[in-house]
Structure formats: structure tokens, C-alpha cells
Ligand binder design. Structure first.
Ligand code: SF4
Length: 350
């Protein structure tokens, strides 16, 4: 596997991003931010799901003024997402752990200076969040909504902050299609050393968003690109974190949790493998140890897979084998296999 790019490390409310820090996962609430009760409830759900950093939209003063109360009731790092209005950024900077803003949208230099001063005073970073759908007019006119346009916009926004002596930066460049997104990140990566926040934006419902994000974010992660990421899903918050964590695990960038190998089943099977694997997934969700386990429908490939698995089941006809470290430890009736398997996985995880 390729080494990760060596990026500058920043600190988002205690979560390190970049350098050798683990790749963190992010999500965003969908309540009106000024609705403090709902926003805190959603943030706590995300926290419970394993999210590392949460972002909230701040389109108006009511939202900006709610940030302090929200921050007091949560323990996840909080990012305020702001467009155009620098005064909202100044209010937000008093409470949050990072501001997402594109300085090119802010207008006069004096306003950018004020935001930089507020973030410097509180020692909080700025995320430059380029989005293909809202490029500055000059870049859109010159390059369209292309990867090139996104990269030029990112470089322009980075320079605006660097000109003010501010380098506590992370960068995202999101498009709704995978190819442009990947192109943009790959092009910018050798040009700057700031950490990258990855994402394919507006990726759709769970099924499509999972596929787009797995291809896009997965490709970049395999290239060694990416320091923090969000999987964008039209759906429930927890799904974003589950998919993000699985992409990290299956791209080899996170060693946390079980790698479950299961066969697709075929005409040889004599057990309900779909039910068994679903039960195994559900009952082992809490395990963080990096174990390989396999749940196979018959002896044809089960023995080979079991040799590389920490714990395995090989189903037979009405019964099956439990194997640990490649050795058979029990032959049990089908009804008892999952219980014993989970028991062995929990033991191996200790
Ligand atoms: Fe079929 Fe057995 Fe292979 Fe599963 S392990 S796909 S049941 S041959």
C-alpha cells in the first residue's frame, strides 16, 4: 500500500487532522442550527455512531448565535459552515473549533483580515471548502465546473489566507461526480502540504452514495491522499459514519473492527447463510479489534479461508465447524454455531 502523503497537521477541537493522525470521519446535522435541542440531539447521535468531527450550517444570525449553547452541550469538535457573510464567521469563531468558509466569497480584504484575526486569536483552523457547483465566477467562466477550475479556486483561496499569514488550513474540493472529485484532489495534492478533507458531494441515497464514495474516496485513500472525510448521503446520519468507517477499513487505512469474509452462496449450500452473516454482523458491531473472520456456506472454500481467519465457521448439512487460527475447535449443530462463533470472536478480541 502507498504511504500517506506527509501533510501539515492541524488541530480541530482536539482531533488532529493530517500528519500521522488517523483519518477522521465527519458528518453534518440537518436540523436548523438555531434549533439547539434538535441539533444537539443529532450531534450526540453522530458521536455515538463514531463520528469524529461535526459540522453545522450557519446561514443566518439566529444560527450563529446558537453555536455557543450547542458547543456547551456536546463533546465533538464543532465546525461552522458559512458562506458570504463574514460577520457570521466572526460570531461563530467565538464558539466553534473550525470555520468552513471560502475567503474568495467574503469580499473585501479587510473582512478576510478580520476572520483571520478571529481564528488566530482563538487558535482555530479554517477549512477552505471548494464546491464545483459554486466556483467563483472567474474560475467558472474560464474552466467551467471542471477539476481544473476547482484546483485553481482552491489555490486562489489558499493564497488569500497565506497572504494574511494564516496557514492553519485544510482543504476540500467536492463535486457530485466521482471522476472530477478524484482528479481535483490528485492534481492539488503535490502542490500544497495542507491536509485534505475528502468527499463526493450530493452523492445521493444510501446505495448510490456508498458506491460513489467507495470508488472516489477509496481511490484517493489507496493513493495515500486524505486526512479526514465525509460520506454524503441523503438519509440518516448514522449511515454516513458507518459507510465512512467501512471505506477506511476496506481501503486498509483503518485497522479497527472485523473484516468479515462470507461466501455469496451457491447450489451446494444447505444452511441459511444470509441470516447467519447478518446475525454475526449485528452481534460483533461493538468489537474494535482488527480481526479477520470468515463465515462460509460449505467446506469447498471454507477450509482455505479459515486458514487466514482468526475465527471461522464452515457450514455443513445441519451442522458445521468452528475454527480458530485455522484449527477446528468444535463441530456443532447449525443452531449453535453463531453463538459459539461470537464467543470465540470476543475471546480473540481480548
Ligand atoms: Fe458455494 Fe460453498 Fe463456495 Fe459458499 S463456500 S459459494 S456454498 S461452494
Amino acid at each position: 500500500m502507498k504511504d500517506r502523503y506527509k501533510t501539515k497537521q492541524i488541530n480541530v477541537g482536539g482531533v488532529l487532522v493530517g500528519g500521522d493522525a488517523p483519518i477522521s470521519t465527519q458528518s453534518m446535522t440537518y436540523s436548523k442550527t438555531a434549533d439547539v435541542v434538535s441539533t444537539v440531539e443529532q450531534i450526540n447521535r453522530l458521536h455515538f455512531a463514531g463520528c469524529d468531527i461535526v459540522r453545522v450550517a450557519v446561514p443566518d444570525y439566529e444560527d450563529a448565535n446558537a453555536l455557543k449553547a450547542i458547543k456547551e452541550q456536546i463533546s465533538l469538535p464543532l465546525v461552522a459552515d458559512i458562506h458570504f457573510n463574514y460577520r457570521l464567521a466572526l460570531i461563530a469563531a467565538e464558539s466553534v473549533d473550525c470555520i468552513r468558509i471560502n475567503p474568495g466569497n467574503i469580499g473585501e480584504k479587510s473582512r478576510i483580515k478580520e476572520i483571520v484575526k478571529a481564528c488566530t486569536d482563538r487558535n482555530i483552523p479554517i477549512r477552505i471548502g471548494v464546491n464545483a457547483g459554486s466556483l467563483e465566477k472567474e474560475f467558472e467562466n474560464r474552466y467551467g465546473q471542471s477539476a481544473k477550475g476547482m484546483v485553481e479556486s482552491a489555490l486562489y483561496n489558499i493564497k488569500l489566507l497565506e497572504d494574511e499569514g494564516f496557514t492553519d488550513i485544510k482543504v476540500s474540493m467536492k463535486a457530485s461526480d466521482v471522476e472530477r472529485t478524484v482528479d481535483a484532489y490528485r492534481t492539488l495534492r503535490p502542490l500544497v502540504d495542507y491536509p485534505f478533507h475528502l468527499g463526493v458531494t450530493e452523492a445521493g441515497t444510501l446505495h448510490h452514495a456508498t458506491i460513489k464514495s467507495a470508488i472516489g474516496l477509496g481511490s484517493l485513500l489507496l493513493d495515500g491522499i486524505g486526512d479526514t472525510m465525509r460520506v454524503s448521503i441523503t438519509g440518516e446520519l448514522e449511515r454516513e459514519i458507518e459507510v465512512a468507517r467501512d471505506i477506511l477499513k476496506d481501503s486498509g487505512r483503518s485497522k479497527e473492527g472485523l473484516n468479515i469474509i462470507s461466501c455469496p452462496t451457491c447450489g451446494r449450500i444447505e444452511a441459511d447463510l444470509v441470516k447467519a452473516v447478518s446475525e454475526v454482523e449485528e452481534r460483533t458491531k461493538h468489537i474494535k479489534a482488527p480481526l479477520n473472520v470468515s463465515v462460509m456456506g460449505c467446506a469447498v472454500n471454507a477450509i482455505g479461508e479459515a486458514k487466514h481467519a482468526d475465527v471461522a465457521i464452515a457450514y455443513g448439512s445441519g451442522n458445521g465447524l468452528i475454527m480458530v487460527g485455522g484449527e477446528v475447535v468444535a463441530k456443532l449443530d447449525e443452531d449453535n454455531l453463531v453463538d459459539r462463533f461470537v464467543e470465540e470472536v470476543e475471546k480473540a478480541a481480548k
